[in-house]
Design a protein around this ligand. Structure first.
Ligand code: SF4
Length: 453
């Protein structure tokens, strides 16, 4: 039994999929009568939505858990839930390690939070990590901002990248129907949201598991068809999507992005390595030449498109020459933004048990060299914005300067300008860029181009 008022706190680690799941679970908790508590120590339900991608995220979870477990000895009505990828991977062994935990639930079970919690309140310790068929999402997620929202379009991943735990923890690909996605977006439009990011671990796989083939023999439901289908949702002014896989990225998709005005000219396409041998060992299924061709085609249709990606350095067996091929790719392409990581072995993945693991020194040296180049290239790319007029969707006040608001350009550059958040939140504003930095811009507002009404 819980005491009244019931207050919850969620700590989220990791990727956007986890953030979207956390929002959905927050929505369920609020429907159940829970109130958000900013201070975890003041909450009687603590939920950690965990991530296994980075080692320190996993360690952090255990240290947070230790503190809450102690608190539970003085406050037995405290409910502790571990969700997400660590929960999926560790399952019951997490309960053995921290017996104060009430529930361990994998990411596929996020929508079942209410039922599972009921079992906890009935006095059970619950482990929900078995694969399930994901039911259509009928919950109303609580959103972190009132301007931009994430919408899941496909869960899981059928790829087998040798460094990645996602297929183990998030299960096989399951696409939502175009109608379910469209109606969620329509509801968001009614609520005043202006931007939607369609989400999937491998979003280019969208629709492969849905029935229907065209007379030309391709799947009837692809990401391109979905973009077409949801493009005119009233109120939604901008559409983005992530994460793209180079293996499945098509010219048809690029063309559609160029033609559909609401789809932003920003592409997030992880390449992971610039070396073909390393890519093969990662089981990525493309070469650096193919990746370069994709970027060339994007730039042919949309010369100004911004390109971001993910890259891993220090994959097992990566030689200095192979790492230099990654540097070369970054040098040649000039990314607007690149998320970089030193390889870290994840339990249950093939590469984790390979012999040729590199030392931490080599990995961190390569990471630093790559980050240095990324910052130089991003600063170069930013120069093109100087003096230009960019459309910015205002999201928040600048926490460091209350006289300023902040938002993003269509190319996803964070942009600051002087203005009143009460007046401008959720508005598309034309901003003349007066200052450029590697990863952000500053400018001055011209006239708003749309209003909230
Ligand atoms: S595409 Fe590869 S890296 Fe991405 S989620 Fe699937 S297995 Fe992991």
């Amino acid at each position: 039994m819980t005491t009244s008022p019931r207050r919850y706190h969620i700590t989220t680690f990791g990727c956007q999929m986890n953030k979207a799941d956390s929002e959905r679970m927050a929505g369920i908790l609020e429907d159940m009568g829970f109130e958000w508590s900013e201070d975890p120590n003041d909450a009687n339900l603590i939920l950690y939505n965990t991530c296994t991608i980075r080692d320190n995220a996993e360690q952090k979870v255990y240290s947070y858990l230790g503190r809450q477990a102690k608190r539970k000895h003085e406050q037995p009505d405290l409910t502790i839930v571990v969700a997400g990828c660590v929960a999926q991977q560790e399952g019951e062994s997490l309960l053995r390690r921290v017996p104060e935990v009430d529930m361990v639930m994998g990411p596929q079970h996020a929508n079942r939070l209410k039922d599972l919690l009921q079992q906890v309140f009935d006095g059970n310790q619950v482990v929900a990590t078995e694969p399930i068929h994901i039911m259509e999402d009928i919950t109303k997620p609580r959103r972190d901002t009132t301007v931009t929202a994430w919408v899941n379009v496909i869960y899981g991943c059928n790829e087998r990248c040798t460094y990645c735990v996602v297929p183990n923890v998030r299960g096989v690909e399951q696409s939502r129907t175009p109608d379910a996605i469209r109606s969620e977006m329509e509801e968001l439009g009614r609520q005043g949201y202006k931007e939607v990011t369609l989400l999937g671990q491998n979003i280019d796989a969208y629709g492969r598991d849905l029935p229907g083939v065209t007379p030309e023999g391709r799947h009837q439901h692809t990401l391109t068809d979905l973009l077409d289908y949801v493009h005119d949702v009233p109120g939604i002014e901008r559409i983005r999507f992530a994460t793209s896989h180079p293996r499945y990225f098509t010219e048809r998709l690029i063309k559609a992005c160029a033609e559909l005005p609401k789809v932003c000219e920003h592409f997030h396409i992880p390449f992971q390595s610039g070396d073909n041998e390393v890519l093969k060992r990662m089981s990525r299924g493309y070469t650096h030449e193919k990746y370069r061709r994709i970027i060339d085609t994007i730039r042919q249709y949309m010369p100004d498109a911004s390109i971001s990606a993910d890259a891993i350095v220090g994959f097992p067996g990566e030689t200095e020459a192979q790492f230099e091929n990654t540097l070369k790719l970054v040098e040649d392409i000039g990314f607007d933004q690149l998320n970089t990581a030193a390889y870290s072995p994840r339990p249950g993945t093939p590469a984790a048990v390979w012999d040729e693991q590199l030392s931490e020194e080599v990995k961190s040296d390569r990471l630093q060299r790559l980050n240095h180049l990324v910052a130089i290239k991003a600063a170069e790319r930013s120069q093109r914005y100087m003096g230009r007029i960019e459309e910015v969707l205002v999201e928040e006040q600048n926490p460091k300067d209350k006289t300023q608001v902040m938002g993003r350009t269509r190319g996803n550059r964070l942009t600051f300008f002087t203005g009143d958040i009460q007046e401008l939140k959720g508005q598309l504003v034309n901003v003349r860029i007066t200052e450029v930095r590697a990863f952000s811009l500053t400018g001055e507002a011209l006239v708003p181009v749309t209003s909230n009404q």
